[in-house]
Design a protein around this ligand. Structure first.
Ligand SMILES: Nc1nc2c(ncn2[C@@H]2O[C@H](COP(=O)(O)OP(=O)(O)OP(=O)(O)O)[C@@H](O)[C@H]2O)c(=O)[nH]1
Length: 545
């Protein structure tokens, strides 16, 4: 049930539709409760009363958790108070038979009221929508008076997959900006005044990189005051500059957090999902806890939201099942429950799980809780699984991804391409230009791959100068085309070392998931294709048999 984030107005409409659906549900649920209250009045047998009262309490518990979320705050509060009384009554069933008549009066009274949707109160929790930036290709403007340098930089950034434009004067840049705002601006330090003015006119900060003839303190301070995110001295190191751009964009817009909701209440789950999608998160819902494994594997959530009271399996039980699997230890589990008893909350958390959110929860509180958990989970996961030089997955993690993807293609009868890439004669790069120039080349290839491949593709640093990419739903022809384009662009990149400029090439081998039963076999095939590419003269892509 993974859907794209709808626009805000559409989202609000969806939310209202769900509240209307919930209101329809109340038309059955409230009379049902009233019926139970009346039966309770006439039931004398203590065992029957206990059973009935337990059902009433469960029903009240559900109502107290959901009504407020759908805008029926008063009903939610009343249900909560009655639930607490029902609990009390259940605990002292034998001793205290008198007080319950007042309880039943209040219960019947509640079910007869005509509750109105308190929309204003509910939408006091306005859903914060984060705009979905055009992620595919970033527009970069360069203001550089030295035409040759500006053009070279433009060409290099285009090779990385950006749409770069070069301007040789502030006037020309200003005209372009009036037409279309760029995602980032690279500007010379003598034009910082213009950059500062531009920043002051915007609500959100523009990614600004400053190029200066020297790195003195006062120019850098000026750059910081203009809102610069990077400062570079001439002669320009293009790959360092590109790397900084990449970091700026990664900070601005990461992939949406993935959230899995497990709740047997369809409408409530749909509501949470809409609210989180409105905050640019990707959400899947499951109503049957037994489906958990497939969703954990395929969707790979960064946060799991668990209802506590589900008929077939309690939330803490499901949390314990999730914790049986070491691969899912990093994923935070948040319980969503109308349970306010701190002792019972603690006991659930002691079994498994990381946090407790009490229903009804405001939209903004839900977003904030999930966001904070997801952010931390991603940071932790990146720190553990990402290679520090390139930010790509480490050897073991990309191999894990390969196994996951192979299993998925086998289950769904789909295909994926697996690519092994290696930089040609890399030892010579190190020997001729130094280790740090070599590191720059590795980082640049990682950035280029990130830019040119899709977000669904998995990328890892397999070895020193060797990379592994897994491209889901990508046939051999597409893989060949895209890899050959990457090869071509990489060969056109111009690197700088103390001894001058140089360029480098790469070789790649592709294997198709269909051709192998195991991840090991696939890697072997891709490696053989890479070997063939090297053997045939390098700077080429080969498709394995
Ligand atoms: N700068 C840098 N060099 C690395 C890193 N990891 C591995 N290397 C170097 O990469 C070089 C790999 O060289 P080889 O495997 O002999 O192959 P090659 O020179 O690339 O030649 P072919 O693959 O046959 O085209 C070695 O010199 C390693 O020291 C790294 O993180 N940074």
């Amino acid at each position: 049930m993974d859907e794209k984030t709808p626009p805000l107005s559409e989202l609000q409409q969806h939310l209202q539709l769900l509240s209307a659906k919930f209101s329809e549900r109340l038309k059955h649920e409230l009379p049902e409760l009233r019926g139970m209250a009346q039966t309770l009045r006439n039931t004398q047998d203590p065992e029957d009363r206990k059973q009935l009262l337990t059902r009433v309490r469960e029903q009240l518990h559900k109502l107290s958790g959901s009504a407020g979320t759908f805008g029926f705050g008063t009903l939610g509060k009343q249900a909560r108070e009655l639930e607490l009384q029902a609990v009390e009554w259940l605990e002292h069933l034998v001793k205290q038979e008198q007080g319950h008549s007042a309880f039943l009066d209040r219960l019947e009274e509640m079910t007869q009221q005509n509750f109105v949707m308190e929309l204003n109160a509910a939408s006091g929790q306005t859903v914060t929508a984060v705009s979905q930036a055009a992620l595919d290709q970033r527009r970069i403007y360069i203001l550089e008076h030295e035409v040759e340098l500006g053009e070279n930089l433009r060409q290099t950034l285009n090779n990385f997959g950006y749409i770069a434009s070069h301007y040789a004067s502030v006037e020309a840049l200003d005209e372009a900006i009036r037409e279309h705002m760029p995602d980032a601006l690279i500007i010379e330090s003598q034009e910082l005044e213009y950059a500062a003015k531009l920043q002051a006119q915007r609500n959100d900060a523009l990614s600004l990189l400053v190029v200066a003839p020297q790195d003195d303190f006062s120019t850098q301070l000026q750059a910081v005051r203009a809102g610069a995110m990077g400062f570079f001295c001439k002669p320009l190191n293009f790959s360092q500059l590109e790397n900084r751009l990449e970091r700026c964009f990664a900070q601005q817009q990461g992939d949406p957090y993935r959230v899995l909701i497990v709740d047997d209440d369809l409408e409530l789950a749909a509501r949470y999902s809409l609210v989180l999608r409105g905050a640019n998160m990707q959400v899947e819902i499951i109503n049957d806890p037994a489906m958990i494994f497939a969703h954990m594997r395929d969707f790979n959530p960064e946060v799991v939201l668990l209802d506590v009271n589900m008929p077939t399996c309690k939330g803490p039980e499901l949390a314990q099942i999730i914790r049986f699997n070491d691969d899912w230890l990093r994923i935070p589990i948040i319980y969503l429950s109308a349970e306010t008893d701190i002792v019972r909350q603690m006991s659930a958390l002691l079994k498994a799980g990381d946090d407790f959110v009490t229903k009804p929860i405001s939209d903004n509180a839900l977003i904030a809780t999930v966001f904070a958990r997801a952010q931390r989970a991603r940071l932790l996961s990146n720190a553990l699984s990402r290679d520090s030089l390139t930010g790509l997955l480490k050897h073991a993690d990309i191999k894990d991804q390969l196994a996951v993807e192979l299993e998925r293609t086998q289950r769904k009868s789909s295909i994926a391409s697996v690519v092994m890439l290696d930089i040609d004669h890399f030892k010579q790069v190190n020997d001729n230009h130094g280790h740090s120039a070599g590191d720059n080349v590795i980082r640049s290839l990682a950035n280029l791959l990130r830019q040119r491949l899709r977000r669904v593709d998995c990328l890892g640093r397999y070895g020193g100068e060797e990379f592994l990419a897994v491209l889901p739903d990508c046939d051999a022809e597409q893989a060949l085309r895209v890899l050959d384009e990457i090869r071509q662009r990489f060969s056109e990149l111009c690197f700088l070392s103390k001894d001058g400029q140089f360029s480098v090439t790469l070789s790649a081998g592709i294997a198709m998931t269909r051709s192998a039963d195991t991840a090991g076999e696939l890697l072997e095939r891709a490696d053989r294709a890479l070997y063939a590419a090297k053997h045939n003269g390098r700077n080429q892509v080969q498709l394995g048999g």
